[in-house]
Ligand binder design. Structure first.
Ligand code: F6R
Length: 242
């Protein structure tokens, strides 16, 4: 695991974006796994500005989201299908046919996880997975106690995550209780992983993930077993590392 500590969130975004752009350049048809939420926004903004120099540079990239809420009305602004389109794939000019999110609105919801695993397998797996980390150590929506070998499935959201994410729901729709998320075993199959974290609120989870024991109570700690992980932190997020 390589840990890169930079002065501020803008530098974190620039570093992660440069890494993603380099992999996109080197790998035609790159399969990019994307996280949503606040953490990767600087990275996506930086990628979009890199595209200004060369508008077609990401045209070939294929994209898989990590997770989705269950039961939101289609097109809800907090749904990850909408967020990914607005913050990532639209600004990067990706073909919508090459953009996938788990189907949180599936009629047979228990089949949506295996269907997403199949789509990932058909695409040849994820080349590069971008991750954020929850304040409780989750990655994707694999909350503490998630099996380290888990696959894409329905999960209950913890109360802490629902509170953390309430800021994205200001229209009277309450934060869903469930989500569909790639499992930890699924995420670990990505050939390369970049995790970005900024701010003091993430410092404890970051320290547990990098320096704590590998344990399901801190799901991100499973990344210690991955062979190719870069963790990009600002100084505040790194402040509890020893
Ligand atoms: C979202 C996701 C989550 C977030 C995490 C941090 O797709 O996978 O694991 O990365 O909840 O969220 P922010 O960045 O909003 O603090």
């Amino acid at each position: 695991m390589e840990v890169v500590i930079l002065p501020d969130p803008a530098a974190v975004g620039a570093h992660a974006a440069a890494l993603i752009a380099a992999r996109a350049e080197a790998t035609p048809g790159l399969v990019l796994g994307v996280a949503t939420g606040s953490s990767p926004r600087e990275t996506y903004r930086e990628l979009a500005s890199l595209r200004e120099e060369s508008p077609t540079r990401f045209d070939h990239v294929r994209c898989f989201a990590l997770d989705e809420y269950v039961g939101l009305p289609p097109g809800h602004p907090a749904s990850y299908a909408v967020v990914v389109a607005e913050e990532v794939t639209g600004p990067l000019g990706l073909d919508p046919d090459h953009v996938h999110t788990p189907d949180g609105d599936a009629a047979h919801i228990l089949e949506a996880g295996p269907a997403y695993e199949q789509a990932l397998a058909e695409a040849g797996g994820v080349d590069l997975q971008l991750l954020g980390i929850g304040s409780n150590g989750h990655i994707g929506f694999n909350e503490p106690t998630s099996s380290l070998a888990s696959r894409t499935r329905i999960k209950a959201l913890s109360e802490r995550t629902r509170q953390d994410n309430a800021r994205f729901f200001d229209d009277g729709v309450s934060v869903p209780t469930h989500c569909i998320t790639q499992g930890l075993g699924t995420i670990m199959e990505a050939r390369e992983i970049v995790l970005v974290a900024q701010g003091e609120a993430k410092a404890e989870a970051v320290a547990a993930a990098i320096e704590g024991p590998v344990a399901s109570m801190c799901p991100a700690s499973v990344l210690q077993f991955h062979q190719r992980v870069t963790v990009v932190l600002d100084e505040a997020a790194a402040s509890r590392l020893s």
